[in-house]
Design a protein around this ligand. Structure first.
Ligand SMILES: [Zn+2]
Length: 415
């Protein structure tokens, strides 16, 4: 799936040689998000294999469109940092694109979003144990936005050079962006402004939140005309902080804007999947982001203002309260099958079938050897846990077992 996506993208850019490859495209966003939010990446937990696969994917795309590594990184696009409890090595990904105006060579535009997510029971996971949190909106959407803008500006360079970044360990508390800003990897004084894309894939009723507009003196004068022309329903906010990576840059003294299509019922839940992304909507969001960046590119400089406070949508707290209520309701509905199994190598044999359970009512018996549950091959306790994860009371579980050497199929209704 990883290799296929790369080939597909390479083929797309090769197929459009005439027009500088350049608009923000639904097909590209779909390809990026489908990979980043696929089961193979297991929710992209920072410091784990899935998170690393996401970082590798970003790097390969940065290379493909011609971004260079930071001059002080010895050719590396991935920049390591260590976190504690759990002790893990995580990696941000950074690539640079030159600008066209030598006068601005030391004044960078920064565009970023986090590539990590809640994994399987990782940081911030709100589903059941064993469920994969694919994080299509949070934040494959923003990561794919960074990749699309990198491709766009590679074909249509701005006057200022641009640093493109995707962060790890955002879900552990903005650790990746903080590590970048607090180290001397970036020269913070040389960053003109930062754009943070976090959850921009669920445009609903054209609503888009733009935060951080008070973090430089000139932002309203420059950008209000852009916002007035937009056909999106914009909620503008001046405050510089949010539970997202723009906050790290704000604390580093850098004007930072936050684009966000708001929380929804799948926030940090296993249902945050690629098929629920509003791809046309994300293109519209990115077109506005593009207008904002182009407008600021023509400004000579911006003066940072320490305009603190949480800048979030007016209905954010109400939506979150509703969300937690739904999650509590779902917890109560967690279904039970009623089996225990012994493991020998890759063979799982039922050692207990609870009386009056879903399993016993389906006809399962002690001694049955599990081959498949819900279409998934059973070779370990972990595969069994995964195949049953997320099942609610009343839902059906299909099982294939062998009993005395004969293959049998059972269906159980979870209780
Ligand atoms: Zn998140």
């Amino acid at each position: 799936m990883f290799i296929t996506s790369i080939i597909l993208l390479a083929a797309q850019s090769a197929a459009a040689p005439v027009a500088p490859a350049s608009d923000i495209r639904v097909a590209d966003l779909r390809a990026h998000i489908s990979f980043l939010a696929s089961e193979e990446l297991e929710g992209r937990e920072s410091g784990r294999e899935g998170g690393q696969l996401a970082a590798n994917y970003v790097e390969s795309n940065f290379r493909r469109v011609g971004l260079k590594p930071l001059a002080n990184q010895d050719g590396a696009y991935q920049i390591e940092f260590e976190i504690k409890r759990p002790d893990l090595t995580c990696r941000n990904v950074v690539g640079v694109l030159a600008g066209t105006n030598p006068d601005y060579a030391d004044s960078y535009i920064a565009i970023g979003g986090h590539h990590d997510h809640a994994g399987v029971g990782g940081p911030g996971a709100m589903g059941f144990p064993g469920e994969i949190h694919n994080g299509a909106d949070d934040n494959a959407s923003g990561t794919s936005g960074v990749l699309e803008l990198a491709e766009y500006y590679a074909a249509n360079p701005l006057e200022h050079p641009i640093i493109f970044m995707t962060f790890s360990a955002e879900e552990r508390g903005l650790l990746g962006s903080k590590a970048l800003v607090d180290s001397n990897v970036l020269d913070n004084d040389k960053i003109m402004f930062m754009i943070n894309l976090d959850m921009i894939g669920r445009l609903d009723e054209d609503y888009l939140f733009v935060g951080g507009l008070g973090t430089a003196t000139e932002l309203h004068d420059l950008l209000d005309p852009v916002f007035e022309k937009s056909d999106l329903e914009l909620e503008l906010n001046d405050k510089g902080e949010a539970p997202s990576d723009n906050t790290s840059f704000f604390h580093g003294g850098i004007p930072a804007l936050f684009f966000f299509t708001n929380v929804h019922a799948d926030y940090h839940m296993p249902g945050d999947d690629a098929d629920k992304i509003n791809y046309e909507g994300e293109v519209r969001v990115l077109n506005l982001v593009n207008e904002v960046i182009k407008t600021l590119d023509s400004a000579p400089s911006l003066e940072f203002v320490k305009y603190g406070g949480m800048g979030m949508p007016a209905d954010f707290d109400t939506r979150m309260r509703e969300h937690y209520r739904h999650i509590a309701e779902r917890r109560v509905m967690k279904g039970k099958l009623g089996i225990r199994a012994d493991v020998a190598g890759e063979i799982l044999t039922l050692s207990k079938v609870t009386v009056d359970s879903a399993a016993s009512e389906s006809g399962l018996m002690v001694g049955d050897v599990l081959l498949q549950v819900n279409g998934r091959d059973i070779t370990s306790m972990e595969t069994l846990r995964r195949s049953l994860a997320g099942g609610l009371v009343g839902e059906e579980v299909s099982m294939i077992v062998t009993r005395d050497g004969v293959k049998k199929t059972f269906k159980a209704t979870l209780k």
